[in-house]
Design a protein around this ligand. Structure first.
Ligand SMILES: CC(C)(COP(=O)(O)OP(=O)(O)OC[C@H]1O[C@@H](n2cnc3c(N)ncnc32)[C@H](O)[C@@H]1OP(=O)(O)O)[C@@H](O)C(=O)NCCC(=O)NCCS
Length: 168
C-alpha cells in the first residue's frame, strides 16, 4: 500500500517550540514575513499559531514538519489568506506542499464557506509560486520592491483563487 505523503491534524501546544525552531533557520525564513527575519517576541509566534483563524499541523510519517492554514481577512466578503511553512528542509520538493495547499484551500471553500482565498509570496520563492499555480491560483499583480532581502528590494506577487478554479 502506498504511504501517505502527509497528514493534517489540529495543532498542539508542543508544536510551538518546534515551529519556532523552524522559523529560526534562515533557509526556512528567508521568504517569510519581515517580522520573522529576526524574532523579538516568541509569544507573537505562539499567538499566531495557536489562536489563528484556521490552522493545521502538517505531519510526515507521524512527525510534525510544518503548519498551513487560513487567516480571515474579510468576514463579510468571505475572504481569507492562505499560508504554509514546511520546516523540514529534507522534505522539500517531494510534493507535500502541492498536496497541502489543495487540502487547505478545498477545506476553506467546502467547510468554511469562503468565497475567495488570497495569497502572496516574494518572487524569488519559486517553489511556493509553483504550488500555487498547480492548485489553480491566478495572478493578480505585484507589490513592487516590497521586502528587503540579501541587500536588494524584492517584489511580492499577489495571487487568488475562487472555488471553481481549484485543481483538486
Ligand atoms: C514553499 C514550500 C511550502 C513548498 O513545499 P514543497 O513540499 O517543497 O513543494 P512541492 O514539492 O509540492 O513542490 C515544489 C515545486 O517547486 C519546485 N522547486 C523547488 N525549488 C525550486 C527552485 N529553487 N526553482 C524552481 N523550482 C523549484 C519543485 O521541483 C516542485 O515542482 P514540481 O511540482 O513541478 O515537481 C516549502 O518549500 C516551504 O515551506 N518553504 C519554506 C517556507 C516558505 O517559503 N513558505 C512560503 C512562504 S509564502
Amino acid at each position: 500500500m502506498r504511504k501517505e505523503l502527509f497528514q493534517l491534524r489540529n495543532l498542539k501546544q508542543s508544536d510551538v517550540k518546534e515551529y519556532i525552531n523552524f522559523l529560526l533557520d534562515p533557509d526556512v525564513n528567508i521568504w517569510l514575513e519581515d517580522e520573522v527575519q529576526s524574532i523579538k517576541d516568541f509569544s507573537n509566534i505562539e499567538n499566531y499559531l495557536m489562536y489563528g483563524w484556521y490552522r493545521q499541523a502538517i505531519e510526515h510519517e507521524k512527525k510534525f514538519i510544518g503548519v498551513s492554514g487560513l487567516d480571515l481577512v474579510n468576514k463579510k466578503n468571505k475572504v481569507a489568506r492562505f499560508f504554509i511553512v514546511i520546516g523540514k528542509k529534507d522534505l522539500w520538493g517531494k510534493g507535500i506542499g502541492s498536496g497541502v495547499i489543495k487540502s487547505i484551500v478545498n477545506y476553506g471553500f467546502k467547510e468554511l464557506q469562503l468565497r475567495k482565498i488570497n495569497s502572496d509570496f516574494l518572487t524569488p520563492n519559486e517553489a511556493v509560486k509553483i504550488i500555487h499555480e498547480k492548485a489553480g491560483f491566478q495572478h493578480e499583480g505585484f507589490l513592487r520592491k516590497d521586502s528587503y532581502r540579501n541587500n536588494i528590494w524584492i517584489d511580492r506577487e499577489i495571487v487568488s483563487i475562487f472555488a471553481d478554479e481549484l485543481n483538486s
